[in-house]
Design a protein around this ligand. Structure first.
Ligand code: PLP
Length: 450
């Protein structure tokens, strides 16, 4: 266990270093207080460990330049929105071209058929609908799942995050195994714990017990937990979990928003999970606001029957700008030029190199830490083994060390994802970028040993 006073002293030195080297960001952060809550357009932007937000002047490929003119190698990549790199050229061109030809009409654009074909080709499901964010897409799928099964309950894993989706913002009480409203959620008045059950990830008996009551509409899950550290599925877990869902008549909704890093077409395709619904957001259109949800022909049939049987009026599914022409143009370019083997092959190879480099250094320094990787996505974990579930991650949390790591790296031109020590490798990331991160990691280990 590192000495907390040493960590605190190192953190203080890093805060001072940031302040000395980022005068322009500090000035903008001060001025932005006048018009933005917490001084930023989205309050999460203050959840980075720096004393003030890093204001960005440009992002290109795998790097971004802040307003102080410093170049940062970006392993956060907008927490996956820019997984294919910032502003890939074919995407920027498609957006510029469409921007001059109409942005939104609430009618299908001429390329809608080609986009549907592209989605089916990349993700392997035949039927699709669009949304603007993964949060929206998840909300819409949950509504469909409840409508077509006529079952009220949802099932999620402890430590899950599926976006701003009220139904899923619940926690597991470790003492009783009961579901609780998530204490951090603001303005909550509905008791979502009454309609959502939470079970630990990788726990088949708990999953079976939650399904056995026969009232679960769907299991909504990421193939691996990515928002509570990176927690991979145990061998055989998904085969058994998928069977349990089928046996108990619950649909399986796979949220691939982050696990799209696994391989071309995502984890579900690579591992034949056969979801009933699949959600992808963030990077699906290269970072332009877009999310998609796909489903089987059987689901489409049941959805059509549910809609036909309902009275005319609001369905509660969809938003005005969903499937707009600009989004479709970006999505088409992304499906053609970004969701390709040519993107994934170098990403996966460099991510493996980064994993090996981190592991070698951890072993040399005899640190009780590990690295977990899911394709192009890696997590440095300050615990000795691969976590099994969210509670395992909670039990080993080292907030001080995590904050120090982020700020130390940021001050040396390497961005990790805030909230956890996640690194994402894009097709634009280079071997030099990886070497740079590893050099900074060496410097961190030296500072910790001093
Ligand atoms: C797995 C997963 N699903 C959905 C979302 C929601 O995405 P958005 O915030 O773009 O709506 C997130 C966000 O982090 C996520 O990690």
């Amino acid at each position: 266990m590192p000495d907390p006073r040493h960590i605190a002293a190192l953190q203080q030195a890093e805060r001072e270093r940031f302040i000395a080297t980022h005068p322009q960001s500090l000035a903008l952060a001060q001025a932005a207080q006048a018009h933005y809550l917490f001084g930023v357009p989205l309050h999460w932007m203050r959840d980075w460990p720096s004393p003030a937000a890093l204001f960005v002047s440009e992002a290109q490929g795998a790097s971004l330049t802040c307003v102080d003119g410093l170049r940062h190698t970006d392993f956060c990549l907008g927490d996956t929105g820019a997984m294919f790199g910032h502003s890939p050229a074919p995407l920027a061109q498609a957006i510029a071209q469409q921007a001059a030809q109409g942005l939104t009409c609430m009618l299908p654009a001429a390329n809608a058929v080609a986009v549907g074909e592209g989605l089916a080709r990349v993700f392997g499901l035949p039927m699709w609908q669009l949304a603007l964010t993964a949060s929206d897409a998840n909300r819409f799928v949950l509504r469909w799942a409840r409508a077509i099964t006529r079952r009220p309950q949802l099932l999620v894993f402890d430590g899950c995050y599926h976006g701003a989706v009220d139904d899923t913002l619940v926690d597991l009480d470790p003492a009783t195994g009961r579901t609780l409203p998530r204490a951090s959620v603001l303005g909550q008045v509905h008791n979502h714990a009454a309609f959502t059950r939470v079970v630990p990830f990788n726990d088949l008996p708990a999953l079976e017990a939650a399904l056995a009551r026969g009232d679960v509409a769907c299991l909504l899950a990421e193939p691996a937990l990515t928002n509570f550290g990176l927690v991979p599925p145990a061998p055989g877990f998904w085969d058994a979990a998928r069977d349990l869902c089928r046996r108990h008549g619950a649909l399986f909704v796979c949220d691939e928003t982050h696990t799209i890093s696994t391989a071309l077409g995502g984890y579900a395709r690579a591992h034949a999970l056969e979801p009933d619904f699949l959600v992808v957001g963030k990077a699906v259109a290269g970072g332009l606001p877009c999310a998609v949800y796909g489903f089987t022909a059987e689901m489409a049939d049941r959805m059509a029957r549910a809609k036909d049987a309902a009275p005319e009026g609001h369905s509660g599914i969809g938003t005005t700008l969903s499937g707009n022409a600009l989004t479709l143009a970006a999505l088409q370019a992304a499906l053609t030029h970004l969701h390709t083997d040519a993107s994934y092959t170098p990403m996966l190879a460099l991510a493996e190199r980064l994993e090996t480099g981190l592991r070698e250094r951890i072993a040399r320094a005899a640190k009780p830490w590990t690295v977990t990787r899911l394709g192009a996505r890696l997590e440095l974990q300050f615990m000795p083994h691969t976590p099994r579930d969210a509670q395992d991650v909670r039990d080993h949390a080292q907030a001080g060390l995590e904050t120090l790591t982020h700020l130390f790296m940021l001050n040396r031109g390497v961005l990790l994802t805030p909230f956890h020590s996640m690194m994402l490798v894009s097709p634009a990331t280079t071997a030099q970028d990886v070497a740079h991160l590893l050099q900074v990691f060496d410097a961190l280990l030296t500072a910790l040993a001093a």
